[in-house]
Design a binder for this molecule. Structure first.
Ligand SMILES: *[C@@H]1O[C@H](CO)[C@@H](O)[C@H](O)[C@H]1NC(C)=O
Ligand SMILES: *[C@@H]1O[C@H](CO)[C@@H](O)[C@H](O)[C@H]1NC(C)=O
Length: 201
């Protein structure tokens, strides 16, 4: 099964970021506490998606990984990879992310991410918290490009490994953040098992 040949499809538009969102009529929350003293260098590397909000027009993406590589002091490249259950093909999205507010004395975990050559000029990827080695919890809220009267909400729990973090402090912190900023009933849990996932990305 591992040897299955996978087609690589480059999607037009912003793949995993925007398709993992949830449409809402509500305004984006303003009083969100994000990670302080954020280190982009420590945040770089591979993250496995453990949970995400149910998508509004694309479903069934398993094995979602985000790979971040430093490209400058305040910038990283973004490669999102996933495997679609709908048609058994791999989907990838390439993008860039920059610190949204690089000049602040105390760096906040606020990033601006864009895909396929678009300029990352909207602060749309907020790291609520991370210990860099076990988990990261990311929140996003921005106007929906097709209908700016609506917002697209995103919420992700990432792990450094293909399995859910087991570190007790990490699990406790994730639960707190979900309670405060998320809605666990909206979570989608992608399959990250070795049998399911062709780890060729
Ligand atoms: C496979 O499904 C994904 C969504 O799950 C879609 O984005 C992609 O275009 C599909 N690929 C093909 C070849 O149909
Ligand atoms: C993940 O996929 C594997 C292989 O297809 C399957 O055996 C397993 O039951 C799936 N796990 C879950 C939680 O759905």
């Amino acid at each position: 099964m591992k040897a299955r040949v996978l087609a690589v499809i480059v999607l037009v538009g912003s793949l995993v970021m925007s398709v993992s969102g949830l449409l809402t009529d509500e305004a984006c929350p303003q009083d969100v506490q994000v990670k302080q003293d954020f280190s982009l260098a420590d945040y770089a590397g591979r993250w496995y998606e453990m949970k995400r909000y149910e998508q509004f027009y694309e479903k069934d993406l398993d094995c979602v990984v985000a790979e971040y590589q430093p490209t400058g002091k305040n910038a990283i490249s973004v490669k999102n990879g996933a495997f679609s259950l709908a048609n058994n093909t791999k989907v990838v999205a390439d993008g860039t992310a920059v610190l949204s507010y690089p000049d602040e004395e105390q760096l906040q975990g606020k990033l601006s991410v864009a895909f396929f050559g678009a300029k990352p000029d909207r602060s749309n990827y907020w790291v609520l918290d991370t210990d860099y080695t076990n988990y990261a919890v990311v929140f996003s809220c921005e106007p929906f490009f097709k209908d700016p009267s609506k917002n697209v909400l995103g919420f992700w729990i990432f792990s450094r490994t293909p399995t859910y973090p087991t570190d007790e402090a990490a699990v406790k912190r994730i639960d707190e953040l979900v309670k405060k900023y998320g809605d666990s009933s909206k979570f989608e849990v992608p399959n990250q098992s070795d049998e399911r996932c062709p780890r060729s990305y």
